[in-house]
Design a protein around this ligand. Structure first.
Ligand SMILES: Nc1ncnc2c1ncn2[C@@H]1O[C@H](COP(=O)(O)OP(=O)(O)OP(=O)(O)O)[C@@H](O)[C@H]1O
Ligand SMILES: [Mg+2]
Length: 336
């Protein structure tokens, strides 16, 4: 039987196939390019993302699943169907597969119904939902045990989840709409204000990922291209890591404020376990230089980061879809 884990991230959709040579089989931007009054689909995934900020008036880039919510069902179906076909699973086999979907922490029944409808439209019949923090914990190599709660912090493109959990459930946690996208937007504003160059979202993301760092005295630099505001023509400027450091730190500091709120509320024994275990950090933002070290220092706790933290949730989904007992323990409800 085909076994899949699907993480419909705000920035990137990831799919893990847990049968036949298990592993991550897809990671593509969660977007669709549409044009004209009928919103005809022009490109999906990486082909659509290349067009961000470059399209003419009638073309629009839509992120149909944003911050965990399905904001455009028709395009979410088009996108997921295409991704499932890109990984080469025939429709007949999809109908007999098992798929685990990551859903936001505390997902309402209306939200899981939306996910079920999306899955159904894509030909997936047997599905399970698991709240993202459980999967982040599994994928970040935390050992889930009733007697030893763990704390995970996942910082993605649109959402950050922090949760203290055991297989029994989430003991404390919250989700905030803060992530890498806020940093990109802030980089756009800052480069315009300080250097007089207007840059696009793709360039801002590249600058953040290439030179973004919370190291003291970070030395990276890059050249970025855009539109010079003063002369209204194309141009480029050089940007140093220290110039965009505040664009990253501001949001990490906000995330730490909320994380502290969760940690402060823990019952004493849970706090003791979390202190002993440290924090499991995941999500693409954990890849930015010195972000894990900064968080560890501010919280005065040990931080674990797995090899590819942006894939922690989907890898955790892979572990869950492979293990019936574990899955029945952490799945939200059954949907046939
Ligand atoms: N090397 C990297 N690979 C992928 N993403 C990176 C990397 N470095 C930084 N990032 C940033 O991480 C964010 C994407 O992270 P992730 O894939 O965990 O988000 P997501 O799961 O799509 O979104 P969310 O969980 O918020 O719905 C983006 O802001 C991206 O720019
Ligand atoms: Mg995510």
């Amino acid at each position: 039987m085909v076994k899949l884990a699907i993480d419909l991230g705000s920035s990137v959709t990831k799919i893990y196939r847990a049968d036949a040579g298990s592993g991550i089989v897809l990671a593509e931007p969660s977007c669709v390019a549409v044009s004209g009054p009928d919103r005809e689909v022009k490109a999906i995934g990486k082909d659509a993302k290349k067009l961000v900020g470059k399209t003419a008036e009638f073309t629009e880039i839509v992120f149909p699943v944003y911050e965990g919510e399905i904001v455009d069902m028709r395009l979410a179906v088009v996108m997921l169907r295409e991704f499932l076909s890109r990984i080469g699973i025939r429709p007949a086999r999809l109908g007999r597969s098992l798929a685990v979907f990551s859903v936001p922490c505390g997902a309402s029944s209306a939200l899981t119904e939306d996910y079920a409808a999306l899955a159904g439209e894509c030909g997936l019949k047997k599905i399970r939902f698991v709240e993202a923090p459980f999967l982040a914990a599994l994928g970040a190599d935390a050992v889930l045990s009733e007697s030893d709660p763990v704390c995970c912090l996942d910082i993605g493109g649109g959402v950050t989840n922090v949760a203290v959990l055991s297989p029994d459930g989430i003991i404390a946690g919250l989700s905030m709409n803060i992530g890498g996208n806020n940093m990109d937007a802030n980089i756009i504003d800052r480069i315009e204000a300080c250097k007089g160059l207007r840059i696009g979202a793709l360039s801002a993301e590249r600058v953040k990922n290439e030179i973004g760092s919370l190291a003291v005295g970070a030395r990276g630099a890059t050249v970025v291209e855009g539109s010079l505001s003063s002369v209204m023509r194309p141009g480029s400027v050089s940007v140093r890591a220290e110039e965009i450091e505040p664009c990253i730190r501001t949001y990490i500091d906000k995330i730490l404020e909320y994380t502290s709120l969760v940690l402060e509320k823990l019952p004493a024994e849970v706090a003791a376990a979390v202190n002993g275990n440290g924090i499991y950090l995941s999500g693409g933002v954990a890849k930015l230089s010195f972000v894990p070290e900064y968080i560890g220092k501010k919280l005065d706790m040990r931080i674990h980061v797995c090899d590819e933290p942006q894939f922690a949730v989907v890898s955790g989904g892979g572990a869950a879809v492979r293990d019936d007992r574990l899955l029945s323990k952490i799945a939200l409800r059954e949907e046939e």
